[in-house]
Ligand binder design. Structure first.
Ligand code: OAD
Length: 243
């Protein structure tokens, strides 16, 4: 792996680091990505599963699909890429992990400061009173869609197509990008906004922006450096260069 002298210096001197992650960082754990050969959206139609109208039309189908993904995620483990980011958080003065993933693997690996752009599949909320339910695996989809005490449908606490990103997540991300000096864009195709705009914002604010991906993406040309390879291999290598 060719890692420039500039990046090696930045790895050692950076104070404010931001890492944006996408589905690719969890691929080596066995969680399918959304796009590409075996991507989820190749097999399933997002308009039938990941939006509010789909849920209202067929809540049981949508609930079952999320329950299937939860079980899958529940049975996998964080990988070396996730753990490298835990170590970066420990070592850098300021480290913000902004993730588009809902799989909770960063949190399970041990990252403390995770900004969730698209929610978290391990959490549910009532559509009426917004009460949160975290004991998701106890809810039984066989009996139909779980209902809240108030009578409202309980839905996964994830951002569906057409829904707004949680405001606090945007505030936290913008703050972290304001004075970031090193930024990583890891395992994301860079197709979904607003996350796809974050590397550009980081760069305009003076950060050295590095992409980690198994292939070039639509964002690659904006990057200061592109490291091609699996994040589970590259991130631990970057960690070694920090000290
Ligand atoms: P995608 O599935 O669009 O992209 C995954 C990226 O990971 C691709 O660029 C792959 O090349 C890369 N990749 C795969 N394996 C990798 C590995 N081992 N190491 C490094 N990179 C690897 O996933 P996202 O960009 O996360 O939104 O997709 C963004 C959003 O689109 C998701 O959060 C989801 C989806 O619709 C919602 O559900 C709201």
């Amino acid at each position: 792996m060719q890692i420039s002298q500039t990046l090696q210096k930045r790895l050692r001197s950076a104070q404010n680091v931001v890492a944006l992650t996408g589905a690719g960082i969890s691929a080596e754990s066995g969680v399918p990505t959304f796009r590409g050969e075996n991507g989820i959206w190749k097999k399933m139609r997002p308009e039938e599963l990941a939006n509010f109208d789909a849920f209202m039309r067929n809540p049981k189908l949508v609930w079952e699909w999320y329950e299937y993904r939860r079980q899958l995620i529940h049975n996998v483990q964080p990988n070396a890429g996730h753990y490298a980011l835990v170590e970066m958080e420990r070592r850098y003065a300021s480290f913000t992990l902004v993730t588009q993933n809902v799989d909770n693997l960063h949190q399970r690996a041990g990252n403390k400061h995770v900004v969730e752009m698209h929610g978290n599949i391990m959490r549910n909320k009532c559509m009426l009173c917004e009460r949160y339910y975290t004991a998701v695996l106890d809810l039984n989809p066989e009996k139909g869609v779980p209902l809240c005490e108030c009578g409202g449908y309980i839905r996964p606490d994830v951002v569906w197509f057409g829904e707004l990103i949680p405001e606090q997540s945007l505030i936290d991300t913008n703050e972290s990008l304001e004075n970031c000096d090193l930024m990583f864009s890891i395992g994301t195709s860079g197709i979904v906004y607003p996350a796809a705009s974050f590397p550009g914002i980081g760069k305009r604010n003076g950060a050295y922006v590095v992409e980690v991906n198994i292939e070039r993406t639509i964002l690659s040309s904006e990057m200061d450096e592109v490291l091609l390879g699996p994040s589970g291999k590259i991130l631990p290598e970057l960690l070694e260069l920090m000290s």
